[in-house]
Design a protein around this ligand. Structure first.
Ligand code: ADP
Length: 392
């Protein structure tokens, strides 16, 4: 059965087509700069990559081009071969704890939740609508980044704020990156060879979050009402004293929107270093002796280590710690520093094993108290799996 996995952003559309249940990737690619000038798309198939520059006024046109390319490459001969299209949705609020078929009711709830994910939820709806028009006979499903975190208990997801804010405005922790944490936890259980496990999964990319996973279910996660909580990220501040916001508003006269923009886009590694949000640039800065890059990385690593330690206690022990996403999969130096800081818990790095990028590997030595794995994430296959199950 052919299933298309879709991740629509406001100006982009990533796709991956699978043959299910084998999970074979038939073709993948991304449409970029949709709705703006100099738009283009790239396609990967059979190890070959092509790039084409073409006008992409909207997501519907991108889908139409995608269908033409699928036919051109003989991935499908007829549209009816595509049985399901799975869409990634960032915010599912408290409505969704699993993947759903994109009915009108479901779409209106995604729309209602847009105030919590103003850049992402509206873009996902545009993607769903475009897919419905271009591939009308396929089952459209929605896979939520927040769904995996719905197993958190009230004592974990509530903030110590007036309870009415939770009741009236839905102010609580929802988390994010759930599809990735779930994939990594499933894979870790396979590597360890058991299902009843206590895991700490670290998704550290430009955005970042740590989750505590108990017997395959999320017990806690570092992101909150929005993705700007927990870890220090590329441009997001993560946890801060909330009173900083009214304090700076009074000092500078900035509006809530202006402050929000700074907390999300000009803080984190970029804000501290003044150099870049990209951990590769920070590493280069450290090599060149840039003090603020050294400071930024220190703070970044300290926050990750503190979350791991917190979840170690919360889980009452840990069977494995897993690293994924851009930094987790590729930064040999960041992983090394995190594991060395955790030597108090008996962790021991295997330097040689850690000297890899983008590969699934055990990076601690056999006498480490807790094994640490690098597990490259695969959110697309999770979308395809859920969509396949709903189509069946
Ligand atoms: P996003 O949150 O946007 O999905 P990714 O998971 O793709 O982010 O991670 C992107 C980040 O990964 C980059 O900003 C960079 O900091 C980091 N990264 C990628 N490759 C390397 C590398 N070789 N060494 C260190 N960091 C890397």
């Amino acid at each position: 059965m052919k299933i298309l996995s879709i991740n629509a952003g406001s100006s982009s559309l990533k796709f991956q087509m699978y043959e299910m249940p084998e999970e074979t990737v038939l073709i993948s690619g991304v449409f970029e700069r949709i709705g703006i000038e100099n738009s283009f798309y790239t396609i990967k198939m059979n190890g070959e990559k092509i790039k084409k520059e073409v006008a992409l006024p909207n997501h519907k046109i991108a889908f139409q081009i995608l269908i033409d390319e699928l036919k051109e490459y003989h991935v499908v001969d007829s549209l009816d071969e595509i049985k399901g299209v799975g869409h990634r949705v960032v915010q599912g609020g408290a409505y969704f704890d699993k993947t759903e078929i994109a009915t009108e009711d479901v779409i209106s709830k995604i729309d209602e939740l847009s105030s919590l994910a103003p850049l992402h939820n509206p873009a996902a709806i545009v993607g769903i609508r475009a897919a419905q028009e271009v591939i009308p006979n396929a089952v459209q499903t929605v896979v939520f980044d927040t769904a995996f975190h719905q197993t958190m208990e009230e004592e974990t997801y509530l903030y110590a704020l007036p309870y009415e804010w939770y009741q009236n405005y839905g102010v609580r922790k929802y988390g994010a990156h759930g599809t990735s944490h779930k994939y990594v936890a499933l894979r870790a259980n396979q590597l360890i060879g058991k299902e009843n496990t206590k895991l700490i999964t670290c998704h550290i990319g430009n955005g970042g979050s740590v989750s505590a996973v108990w017997n395959g279910k999320c017990k806690n996660t570092s992101m909150g009402l929005t993705p700007n909580a927990g870890l220090i990220m590329g441009t997001r501040c993560g946890d801060i004293d909330a009173t900083i916001i009214p304090y700076i508003m009074e000092k500078t006269g900035m509006t809530a929107k202006e402050i929000d923009n700074i907390l999300n886009k000009q803080s984190g590694l970029l804000g501290i270093s003044g150099v870049s949000n990209d951990s590769r640039d920070i590493e280069d800065g450290i090599q060149a002796g840039n003090e603020r890059c050294i400071l930024a990385q220190e703070m970044y690593i300290k926050r990750i280590v503190n979350y791991i330690a917190q979840y170690y206690v919360e889980l009452d022990g840990c069977d494995a710690i897993c690293f994924t996403a851009g930094v987790g999969e590729n930064s040999i130096g960041v992983r090394k520093k995190i594991i060395e800081r955790l030597s108090v818990l008996g962790l021991k790095l295997d330097e040689e094993a850690n000297n890899v990028r983008g590969q699934e590997v055990l990076i601690t030595s056999p006498d480490s108290s807790i094994p640490c794995y690098v597990i490259p994430t695969d959110e697309e296959v999770m979308i395809a799996r859920d969509t396949y199950l709903l189509c069946k």
